[in-house]
Structure formats: C-alpha cells, structure tokens
Design a protein around this ligand. Structure first.
Ligand SMILES: Nc1nc2c(c(=O)[nH]1)N[C@@H](CN(C=O)c1ccc(C(=O)N[C@@H](CCC(=O)O)C(=O)O)cc1)CN2
Length: 301
C-alpha cells in the first residue's frame, strides 16, 4: 500500500505562474516595462518543438512579450551566434533561451556562453553557475529544473535543511551539480553519487532527501529508499508499453515509483512532478531578469 504523499508539481508550477503574472503586471504598471522572453530552437526534434511551443505559449499567458526564433537544422554556428548577439542587444528582451540539445554540428557551450549572463534565464552561463557555487543566490539566475526541484523540496521540508542528508544521483552541469549546490546552500549535508560510485544503493539509503537524475528508467528501487525519505525524481524516460497496444509508450522516471512510494514519505510522480516546474521557473527567471534590468527589486520564488 502506497504511503507516500504525492508531491504535485503541476499545482506547484501553477502557483509559481500566478506569482509571475502578478510580478510582470506590477512591473509594467510601475515601471512601464513589459517582460520579454526570446526562445530559440534549431532543427526538427519533435520533443524540443513541443517544449518550445509550451514555453512561448506560457510566456504569452504570463503577459510577456514572447518571441520565438525557429531556425533550420543546417543553421551555422555563425548564424546562431549572430542571432544571440542581436537578442543580447535588444532592450525589449530580458531573457534568452536556446533550446537544447542543439544539432551535433553546433557548439552548444559556445552559444550558451555568448548569452549575456543577466539574460541567461536557463542559468547555464559560467557566471551564473559560479554565483550559485559561491552561494550568491541574489544576483545570479539559477538553472530552471534544479530551481523547480528545490521548490518542491522546500514545500515538504521548509527553507532550512539543517541536519538532513541529501543524496543527488547524477552530476550533470544542467542538473546534478546545481541541485547539489542548492541543497548545500539550504544547509543540507549533501552527497553526489554517479556511475563510478561504489554501492550506489547503500549511499542512497542514507538519504532523507533522495534526488534521482540519471536518465535510466526506474533504476532507483524501493530498497534504495530510506523509510520516510523525500524522493525527487528528475528522470523523464519514454519506454515501450505493449500493454497499452502495439507501438505504444509511456513516461517513467528514474525511480520505480510504485514500489518506492511504499517506503518514502513524499515522492514526485512522472509525469506531473519536476517536469512542469522547469517551464514555471523559466518564467520566474525571466520576470526576475526584467525587474533587475529595470532597476526594480525582483520577486522571490
Ligand atoms: N535550454 C533548455 N533545454 C532543455 C531543458 C532546459 O531546461 N533548458 N530541459 C529539457 C526539456 N524541457 C524544457 O526545455 C522540459 C522537459 C520536460 C518538461 C515536462 O513538463 N515534462 C512533463 C512530461 C511531458 C511529456 O508528457 O512529454 C512532466 O514531467 O510531467 C518540461 C520541460 C531539455 N532541454
């Protein structure tokens, strides 16, 4: 019997969006500044196109100026760099997001690092990564998925994680590293584990807060979870689901949700957990960037 509280990411994301709408309207009323987000996509990947349309649509719903640049797969590094440079110089654009992954012939890192840090609403620029690493949460922009996952952690444990052990499975620049730093900034005792860690399961079992971001469907089993732990599942894996009919698939996380929710006290589902927070935190970062550009105190999320 499942005992765990299901952490509802859709509900949490909706309340972030309400706060973003209010902040954007306030900025427009008080400073005459309309928040602007530019989203750039290169190539034909269907999942990326779906994410980008959701981002552009959500930006409009938040009352932003929303601009989408859709470039063909053959776009050159120079053409993409030129577009980013023009967006950097456009005062009506406060946030620039380049959807990842880019086609293989493009150097993603060079493109990300060419975005002005104050417009890097994905929080991936080294300046923003460095600010997070040094605990400067007030002037940088934090990567959206870890920021969203952290908000879900806070909904269970509050602001101060003193005395709690957190284990992050995964060490990517996009998620694992910033997530570990956010947990550390909130006073958790943090361990990062990865594919080269000896006996992952036993380290995971020590976690009061277990965060899984490995990209391996249902790798984290019930016996990896400490009874009463909070489990945050960042994985989004599409697997075959022949039980739903021929050629059908379904989404699962990195955690074996059914069995883990018999042991955990709180757990995020997939879909409907961390995923929806990514887009909500992108809107939050954009309205924060717009406030800073206008010399106004940004909202806190
Ligand atoms: N520039 C970026 N590129 C990518 C990022 C990113 O944060 N910045 N993250 C991912 C994709 N992504 C947003 O871009 C994203 C992924 C998943 C979701 C989401 O809401 N997932 C749902 C399930 C959706 C489905 O049914 O397929 C969920 O988990 O409930 C939102 C955004 C890679 N690229």
């Amino acid at each position: 019997m499942a005992l765990a509280t299901v952490i509802d990411g859709k509900k949490a994301a909706a309340s972030v969006i309400e706060a973003v709408k209010a902040a954007a309207a306030g900025l427009e009323q008080e400073a005459g500044v309309k928040t602007g987000l530019a989203v750039v996509i290169v190539g034909d990947d269907p999942a990326s196109h779906a994410y980008v349309s959701s981002k552009s649509k959500m930006a409009k719903e938040c009352g932003f100026k929303s601009v989408q640049h859709t470039l063909p797969a053959e776009t050159t590094q120079g053409e993409l760099a030129k577009l980013v440079a023009s967006l950097n110089d456009d005062p009506s654009i406060h946030g620039i997001l380049v959807q990842l992954p880019l086609p293989k012939h493009l150097d993603s890192d060079a493109i990300i690092q060419s975005i002005r840090p104050e417009k890097d609403v994905d929080g991936l620029h080294v300046v923003n990564a460095g600010k997070l690493a040094t605990g400067d949460l007030d002037t940088g922009l934090i990567s959206c998925t870890p920021a969203g996952a952290m908000l879900l952690v806070r909904s269970i444990h509050g602001e101060d994680l003193s005395g709690l052990n957190a284990v992050v499975i995964g060490r990517s620049n996009l998620f694992g590293k910033p997530m570990a730093q956010l947990l550390l900034n909130a006073n958790a005792t943090v361990t990062t584990v990865h594919s080269r860690t000896k006996d992952l399961a036993s380290v995971a079992r020590g976690a009061d807060i277990l965060v899984a971001a490995v990209g391996r469907p249902e790798m984290v089993k019930a016996d990896w979870v400490k009874p009463g732990a909070t489990v945050i599942d960042v994985g989004i894996n599409r697997i075959d689901a022949p039980e739903r009919g021929e050629g059908k698939s379904r989404l699962v996380g990195d955690v074996a949700y059914g069995e883990a929710s018999d042991v955990a006290a709180a757990i995020t589902p997939v879909p409907g957990g961390v995923g929806p927070m990514t887009i909500a935190m992108l809107m939050a970062n954009t309205v924060i960037a717009a406030h800073r550009a206008a010399g106004q105190k940004p909202p806190k999320f």
